[in-house]
Design a protein around this ligand. Structure first.
Ligand SMILES: C[S@@+](CC[C@H](N)C(=O)[O-])C[C@H]1O[C@@H](n2cnc3c(N)ncnc32)[C@H](O)[C@@H]1O
Length: 263
């Protein structure tokens, strides 16, 4: 077996690298963080999972030696962190904003888990949308206006009697789910499929009905629900254009069939 040494010659590898870029549109936003150690641990958690854009809204202490020490090699994430003073600045340019909360009182949007939301986030990321993952301050979490600035609400399903994670651990869980969803998503390697259009399917159903009538399977005076059931069956299959062509070829052959050929 030969392996391609140069990634630029390997389309599958290139596609994988392109998929990795999806994580590059995410920004982690930490609001009013009190402990610099949590900023450092967040940077580490992000870099482990392939995210690198960190935005800090009014951190109590930053830059900080404690943050750098806990970043443990993810100091590039800290060096590039943007410090802003408002949520508006932190969310500028994003189309999706995910409020992370352990609390139940802010239920203004449907509550989702990271695993439920990750595929949608990745899909949007691949379209080049900018996405913010927003985390609250250690003592009190996100405020009501902060949650209201977001259009998605996510909770990590923890022990209901002890639901609040350490800030950087919450960041870790969400970033991991994004990475895991991305690794599971190999759709970028799939061949593009040309689905049959509505019109092509309608022609097929007409052809099918005519053929079933011709061969005596469908009784025009007592059709029952046969065609409705046939439609449902083929709709479930999400047929491609080529598959419809094959099926119509079969129908034509059935219509022209004159019995077994004599040897
Ligand atoms: C230490 S927690 C804040 C705890 C605070 N006492 C509260 O009630 O929200 C800091 C941040 O981590 C995130 N977080 C912690 N546990 C979480 C969970 N189970 N689900 C989602 N986010 C969580 C939230 O963004 C939260 O604002």
């Amino acid at each position: 077996m030969t392996t391609t040494q140069n990634p630029s010659q390997d389309p599958a590898l290139l596609a994988g690298l392109a998929a990795n870029d999806a994580l590059d549109v995410f920004r982690v936003v930490l609001s009013h963080t009190s402990h610099p150690g949590n900023i450092g641990s967040t940077a580490r958690a992000m870099k482990n999972m392939g995210l690198r854009h960190l935005v800090l809204i009014n951190p109590k202490e930053f830059p900080s030696e404690v943050a750098t020490s806990l970043a443990a090699g993810a100091d590039d994430v800290l060096a590039n962190a943007r410090v802003v003073s408002t949520m508006e600045e932190a969310l500028a340019g994003t189309t999706l904003q995910v409020a992370m909360t352990a609390r139940r009182r802010e239920l203004v949007l449907p509550l989702q888990t990271p695993r439920q939301l990750a595929p949608e986030l990745l899909h949007e990321a691949r379209q080049g949308q900018q996405i913010a993952l927003v985390f609250g301050t250690e003592m009190s979490g996100l405020t009501i206006p902060e949650v209201a600035a977001c259009n998605r609400l996510v909770t990590i399903p923890t022990n209901p009697d002890y639901s609040s994670l350490n800030l950087s651990q919450a960041v870790q869980v969400l970033c991991y789910e994004l990475r895991a969803a991305q690794l599971d998503d190999v759709s970028y390697l799939e061949e593009k499929r040309e689905h049959a259009t509505h019109e092509q399917l309608e022609l097929f159903y007409t052809h099918l009905e005519q053929t079933l009538t011709d061969i005596g399977f469908l009784k025009p005076h007592a059709p029952k629900r046969l065609m409705a059931r046939m439609r449902r069956m083929f709709q479930r299959a999400t047929l491609e254009k080529d598959e419809v062509d094959i099926l119509r070829g079969v129908l034509r052959a059935a219509q022209e069939y004159r019995g077994p050929k004599a040897d």
